[in-house]
Design a protein around this ligand. Sequence first.
Ligand SMILES: *[C@@H]1O[C@H](CO)[C@@H](O)[C@H](O)[C@H]1NC(C)=O
Ligand SMILES: *[C@@H]1O[C@H](CO)[C@@H](O)[C@H](O)[C@H]1NC(C)=O
Ligand SMILES: *[C@@H]1O[C@H](CO)[C@@H](O)[C@H](O)[C@H]1NC(C)=O
Ligand SMILES: *[C@@H]1O[C@H](CO)[C@@H](O)[C@H](O)[C@H]1NC(C)=O
Length: 808
Amino acid sequence: MTNQSIIHSFQCFIFLTFIFPFNSLASSSIRPHYLQEGATLSVEDHDSRFITSPDQTFTFGFYEIGTNAYSLAIWFTNSKHKTVVWMANREKPVNGVGSTLSLRKNGAMVLLDVDGMVSWQTNTTSSDIDRAELLNSGNLVIKNLKGDIKWQSFDYPTDTLLPTQIFTKNKRLVSALRKGGYESGYFYMNFDSDNVLRLVYDGPEISSIYWPNPDIGMYQNGRTNYNSSRVSVLDDNGMFLSSDGLNFKTIDMGFGIKRRMTLDHDGNLRVHSLNNSTGLWYVSWQAVSRACEVRGLCGRNGICIYSPEPKCSCPPGFVVTDPSDWNKGCKPTFNLSNSINQPFKFVMISMVDYYGFDINSTNSVSLEVCQKICLEDPNCQAVNYRLTGTGVCYTKRALFNGYRAEDSTIFLKVPRNLSISEPVKLHGSSARCESNTRETVEGYSSMYITGSGTRKVMWIYLYSFCFSLLGIEFVFVLLGWFFLFRKSDLSATVEAGYQMIASQFSRFSYNGLKKATNNFKEELGRGGSGIVYKGTLANGRMVGVKRLGDVLQGDENLWAEMSVIGKINHMNLVRTWGYCSEKRHKLLVYEYVENSSLDKHLFSTKEFLGWKQRFAVALGTAKGLAYLHDECLEWVIHCDIKPENILLDGDLHPKIADFGLAKLYQREERGPSSELSRIRGTKGYMAPEWALNQPITAKVDVYSYGIVILEMVSGIRLSSWTIDDGNNQPETELTKLMRIIEEKEEESWIETVLDPRLKRNVSKKQVITLIKVGCSCAQEDRNKRPRMASVVETLLQSVSSNDEDPIL
Ligand SMILES: *[C@@H]1O[C@H](CO)[C@@H](O)[C@H](O)[C@H]1NC(C)=O
Ligand SMILES: *[C@@H]1O[C@H](CO)[C@@H](O)[C@H](O)[C@H]1NC(C)=O
Ligand SMILES: *[C@@H]1O[C@H](CO)[C@@H](O)[C@H](O)[C@H]1NC(C)=O
Ligand SMILES: *[C@@H]1O[C@H](CO)[C@@H](O)[C@H](O)[C@H]1NC(C)=O
């Protein structure tokens, strides 16, 4: 090469570097959408540090991820928080001064930090590279002169897949470590060697697959491992297709909505759709419906509970290791090491299980034997005793993945001299992911280690001027964060309105249902929302078919209802099999429950329910409601709990019917809603706040539940009027019952209030528990009423005292 040509190409380089951005700025309406070979983006230059896709949906360039720290990213231009969908250097941000991105002549796109070090680069080597271009799909491509794609960002996903981005074997989505953060976390998604798309927690101490559900077979999960092509893709219409059989539609299926599929920081895989007027995202599909089923959320010994959003909690005798990082779990306050000759006791934690790490399982043993097995094994840290069935005992060598599980009780092995107040109450604190405040401040402080030392994120550059400004900037960062934090809280609220999918439903035809019910012949019951008829489907399955009255008009409302109740599945809730919507005809198809409703058993002379069954019904109903309020992500308020809506199956187990019809409410209180007033509860079971026009919360169900269990004890309708002998004023049975309980001392009221048909064949302890719980649930002040989850705990504590203490 001659000197002249060197000078020439140098000039050319200079020309392209400095002229190009302004050039293309003029030719494109707002920003350029490509970077010509030889051109450079510079972090400081506010006009030239981005390029956008031709339709402006996506922007590519330097993205500020912390004070003075930038990453190369692609993000949604018009989402409110400029949501990042791809990041080149997520672990290694560059400095806010002097960093550049250039498309070199040799074909490589190179990100240089201020000191000239390569922070990231593409591996393209080609002599005829032409340009890097951001497409409308959000794909950044490097093309040669012929227009062939030599490199594309779609081949290197971070935590997000965009529509049309093909996910294949050897690719991985890796979650962000925390909410609002970008560095890699512990959850990933990939195609496993058996051809199935999985979600895995791969933490510092354990790794564990949690989706699809590892407890059941592939086939039951709706997957197959026969197709080895291992490809999946979300299309522009919101349809997801995968070679392992995971096919779904987002709830907002259709063209024109911007979507992204992200493995979120909490380990759940979701499709988020953009509301183009607010710029906020809503969830249009998610993989794991109960957040605590994601593994690893709360670290060693930690327990994930719903309150109602998932939170982490430590068992008694343990304290959180690092409040800002729940991955580190909980550490014992006692000494396990000198455990050989130490006397132990067990602490009962009801409704909790720790997943996995079983030493052994033993069937048909009593709790005492189960605990003895654990005492004799120095490796045993706890036992899980399943109360249902014949009693199964699992001994645990490590405690990971703790979560709420209704039928499971954990007995924790602790030193006998450890003082613990029982019954154990778990108080959640915000999961690690939500403690954002520290993160920015730390990001600023140039270097920190996250997780348990396995992943190091280093902010390499720290300038001397930073030190001098440290005091001042610290204040600004905190202030800035305060506003940011509040904003992100808002979007979290929106995201929390999880919407579900009715994919498991069958859609029935009106004629089919007409035939199944023999032209709506046999009526099973009727309520505010419609009449239920008995039916038999073509396959012989018995169903209840409800014809909805005028309560729900239009497909939109029906769809809203379906999306709620479709996913709800709990042994104490009536299962919904499908629906029919044809013109005026709106019908729901339910599981058939044999033994009709509780009112028939309580208030009629034909049926009679013994104490044991009554108590079991009270407990099961509480479990069903606790599930609706806390655990299913929709947070459904029933609004019409009454004996008519509690059905009994063949074994007299309760199943709550008619839920999901009162629309769904998020947990925070809203103003009185005009829509809700259409579907009010039933007189006698309605909480006072209905009349007072106060906001309706889950506490209305707690009130109604309280009335129902008091009726189960007394065997009479508490809303009926009565005139007492000594007191000539008419009053309701409820007022009378409350009065008797208040006036009489020492539980001598039991005989007065107890249903005489029970003939004292009851457990006194359980009667007292039910009455006390009933009264505290039926308090006028809703803030004093307990939550359903704590009602369940209270009832569970007297569950074992069956018939040992009858009233004589
Ligand atoms: C480039 O290649 C190296 C080594 O093969 C690899 O580790 C790196 O991830 C590649 N980078 C990109 C951006 O493709
Ligand atoms: C495997 O999956 C791919 C992609 O979904 C599909 O095109 C192909 O037909 C499947 N092969 C078999 C044998 O089912
Ligand atoms: C928002 O998207 C809808 C289609 O989903 C479209 O009809 C509407 O025009 C869009 N609004 C704006 C402001 O872009
Ligand atoms: C636990 O016991 C070991 C040895 O017996 C001792 O070295 C250690 O300090 C003890 N730790 C605590 C927290 O008491």
